[in-house]
Design a protein around this ligand. Structure first.
Ligand SMILES: Nc1ncnc2c1ncn2[C@@H]1O[C@H](COP(=O)(O)OP(=O)(O)OP(=O)(O)O)[C@@H](O)[C@H]1O
Length: 302
């Protein structure tokens, strides 16, 4: 395995007309890391992955893979990728396509093993243009794992997969990471990032807003959730005026709030002379932390 960085972005910028898709991105990924790339629509995730794979070129800055160019790493068979776009070839079977990928790979695995790992052995004789969305994703996964790579790049890999397939997919991905491969995946499923990744990157308008473990990202959001029920008629104005609130949701008799100082908020709540029932105070989930971090950035840029 490699020492040093697997991926190194240094001050990378990529613009399309006046859109800065990637804006001065500096980033290093290390061997064996499983890294989730999060960001709202248009944050620059796909562009980042395309730059990493040498499918697009930076306007400025450098992208290095294993100390060389993306192209060198790909030619050497060190990178497997599963992208969102790009049709699979028509009129070939799953088995033929996977065999082709293995034949072309400098360090191929056995075709039967690749098919089995991706869970497509049973549909090996099926034409690739006759597959369901989830089956197509599995075939893309087979193509990305046709050989012994050091880095696997996945752009929204589980889109279209049912729950069982998704679980099987991540179990396989974990095996890949346990064998020392670096796995980088872009996703909109934050629970996946929370469960799978040992490092989470949050992109927003092409810039890195947060970089850390899921726990660190949650802590960075700095807020906690407080929920409780109130009986009788609810006077909303004093509740909305409680200190340290970042959001309030009043639904029937249930109040859900987020606060940057839950202790002070709850103290003030009792000060209103109301009697909250079923009071719960909890940390933010990764999804809520993500929303809080990106919303804070949005309001800064307004
Ligand atoms: N080929 C292109 N031409 C012009 N603009 C582009 C092109 N590709 C991407 N963009 C723009 O660059 C920005 C980043 O797009 P990108 O696809 O990298 O984001 P993303 O984070 O992958 O989004 P999503 O979650 O919606 O897939 C967006 O504003 C997008 O409209």
């Amino acid at each position: 395995m490699t020492t040093g960085s697997v991926v190194a972005f240094d001050q990378v910028t990529k613009t399309y007309g006046d859109v800065r898709a990637v804006d001065g991105l500096t980033l290093a990924l290390h061997p064996g890391e499983t890294v989730a790339l999060l960001g709202p629509n248009g944050a620059g995730k796909s562009t980042t992955l395309d730059l990493l794979l040498g499918l697009k070129h930076a306007d400025s800055g450098t992208v290095r893979l294993f100390g060389g160019s993306p192209r060198e790493a790909i030619v050497a068979g060190r990178v497997g990728a599963m992208l969102q776009s790009g049709g699979l070839m028509d009129e070939v079977t799953v088995g033929e396509l996977v065999k082709l990928a293995c034949d072309l790979h400098p360090k191929p695995f056995r075709v039967t093993d690749v098919l089995a790992r991706a869970g497509v052995s049973q549909i090996a004789d099926r034409k690739v243009n006759k597959l369901s969305g989830g089956q197509e994703q599995r075939v893309r996964f087979a193509l990305a794992t046709a050989g012994d790579t050091d880095l696997i790049v996945l752009d929204e890999p589980t889109t279209g997969m049912d729950v069982t397939t998704r679980h099987a997919f991540w179990a396989t991905m974990r095996e890949q990471a346990d064998q020392g491969r670096t796995v980088l995946f872009a996703t909109h499923y934050l629970e996946e990032a929370d469960a799978i990744a040992d490092r989470v990157l949050v992109l927003h308008r092409g810039r890195l807003l947060a970089d850390g473990t899921a726990a660190e990202i949650k802590a960075k959001a700095g807020a906690r959730r407080v929920s409780f029920d109130l009986e009788g008629p609810i006077d909303e104005a004093p509740l909305r005026a409680l200190p340290f609130l970042t959001s309030v949701d009043i639904s029937g008799h249930t109040i859900r709030i987020q606060s940057t100082d839950a202790d002070a908020t709850v103290h003030a709540l009792y000060g209103l002379g109301v009697f909250p029932r079923n009071l719960e105070v909890a940390g933010l989930g990764l999804e809520q932390a993500f929303v809080a971090i990106t919303a804070a950035e949005e309001s800064k840029s307004k």
